[in-house]
Design a protein around this ligand. Structure first.
Ligand code: NAD
Ligand code: UPG
Length: 434
């Protein structure tokens, strides 16, 4: 099939590349010329494992092309997938301005036979609203399918190639059937729904997962005061198949481009309809509190952070991504520096993006060893695998004080015992002082 994808961000690019991998002819379109120029040279604008090699092989096979021209990209397109950003607006609602612009842009080139798919995360009613914009501009009826995306950053290719489910929402059976055909090579479960239910499935999923994280984090805080260990608790709780083991990792809270904004957008939708979804307010409040925990623990330990050198390991909101959107590291870095601490941070891939957000309020190290040298404390903010595999016994010897604050509970007792002399504070687990 001939497919056009609007937006070459985390979702649009992963979608475009994977659809070409399963044999479709894909044109990826973006308004950002630099991104498109890089992509034409086989350079991915984002760090996403496995993406660049699929990009290269599908470009070579001439199934994947990039352009900034809608005329070129939409020419003959049977399916137009919109994957532009829907960031958080000032009032918590999803900002639909990119989507509205994209709708107006494509109206000039859309054919009566093409199917328009909204993959961006959008509040209930948005597909119908966008349809009215397009139809008003192009002057004929168009077919819409809501197809929310569930990929996770850091495993976008794997999640796109092997999704748990594909949701297709449409009031037009023929259009939904065509999109089902597009996805058939993935051999994934496909759920057909009406267009509003499909939109709601996305928010209900993200809000549930965010709430599961806040729930285990609140349990972790209780574990700390009653002397239990949240890792053992989560393990025991998660073995119940009705609950499940995933998303019970306690820590310094959720970040990223999705959970924070999507929980707020769902809350905003509820308030528009006078529904008091108070549980989501707690999900947010617990998460805000969780992001402050490492700094609170450091203040409790040191009393005063003025002049303390803190080595920060990890800047991105989660491992295997360079994305800094709503990363807990941002609030932590601001709090520490406002209290007079010197922060030296290391991240395997997110330093360039972090510089755009944090500027020179912190220093960026080129290795873990540079960051940790002469540090008064170490804070683990993102659980990159390479951090968990470090030789902590020799690392702590380079520090002024062998004190570790682990915001992701990623170190094991055995690793700490090997250090000989260490103080270890984590989330919802007993303090270890050796
Ligand atoms: N990031 C994720 O993991 C993820 C997962 C599932 C769903 N989503 C949702 O998917 C959507 C996209 O998210 P993202 O993280 O990929 O965004 P992003 O910010 O990484 O990328 C958006 C891209 O759209 C481009 N764009 C903006 N207006 C355009 C236009 N008129 N025409 C063509 N291109 C245009 C931008 O230049 C940018 O490259 C959002 O609604 C998001 O909530 C994101
Ligand atoms: O047990 C857990 C799991 C995750 N997190 C944190 O939660 C955030 C989000 O993690 P994750 O869900 O793995 O990454 P995202 O790429 O943000 O993916 C989420 O958001 C996407 C955008 O909507 C959805 O498509 C995905 O299904 C959904 O998992 C990160 O800060 C994680 O550190 C925890 O604290 N504990």
């Amino acid at each position: 099939m001939k497919i056009a994808v609007l937006g070459t961000g985390y979702v649009g690019l992963s979608t475009g590349v994977c659809l070409s991998e399963i044999g479709h002819h894909v044109y990826c379109i973006d308004i950002n010329e630099q991104k498109i120029n890089n992509l034409r040279n086989g350079i991915s604008p984002i760090y996403e494992p496995g993406l660049e090699s699929l990009l290269a092989s599908n470009m070579t096979a001439q199934r994947l092309q990039f352009t900034t021209s809608l005329e070129e990209g939409l020419n003959d397109a049977e399916i137009i997938i919109i994957a532009v950003g829907t960031p958080q607006g000032d009032d918590g609602a999803a900002d639909l301005s990119y989507l509205e612009q994209a709708a107006k842009d494509i109206s000039k080139y859309v054919a009566a036979s093409s199917i328009i798919v909204i993959k961006s995360t959008v509040p209930v009613g948005t597909n119908e609203y966008i349809q009215t914009i397009i139809e008003a501009e192009c002057g004929f009826p168009v077919q819409m399918v809501s197809n929310p995306e569930f990929l996770r950053q850091g495993s976008a290719v794997q999640d796109t190639m092997k999704p748990d489910r594909i949701i297709l929402g449409s009031n037009d059976k023929t259009a939904a059937e065509k999109i089902r055909e597009m996805y058939l090579p993935l051999n994934a479960p496909i759920i057909l729904a009406d267009i509003r239910s499909a939109e709601m499935i996305k928010y209900a999923s993200n809000a549930f997962l965010a709430t599961k994280i806040s729930y285990i984090n609140e349990i972790a805080n209780l574990c700390e005061v009653v002397g239990a260990n949240v890792e053992d608790v989560a393990n025991g709780v998660g073995k119940d198949k009705r609950i499940g083991e995933a998303f019970l990792q306690a820590g310094i809270g959720y970040g990223g481009s999705c959970f924070p904004k999507d929980v707020k957008a769902l809350l905003h939708t509820a308030s528009l309809y006078q529904v008091d979804f108070s549980m989501l307010k707690e999900t947010i409040a617990i998460n805000d509190n969780q992001q402050k925990l490492l700094v609170k623990k450091a203040v409790k330990r040191f009393g005063d952070l003025q002049g303390k050198k803190i080595a920060m390991l990890g800047l991105s909101f989660k491992p295997e991504t360079d994305d800094m959107r709503e990363a807990p590291s941002i609030k932590i870095a601001h709090s520490l520096t406002q209290m007079g601490a010197e922060v030296v941070a290391y991240d395997p891939v997110a330093i360039n993006n972090a510089k755009q957000v944090l500027g020179d309020i912190i220093t960026y190290a080129s290795s873990v060893y540079d960051a940790i040298s002469q540090a008064d404390a170490l804070m683990i903010v993102t659980e990159w695998k390479e951090f968990t595999q470090l030789d902590f016994a020799s690392l702590v010897k380079k520090m002024n004080h062998p004190i570790i604050f682990d915001g992701r509970n990623c170190l094991e007792e055995e690793q700490l015992k090997a250090c000989g002399n260490v103080e270890y504070y984590s989330i919802g687990r007993p303090v270890i002082i050796i």
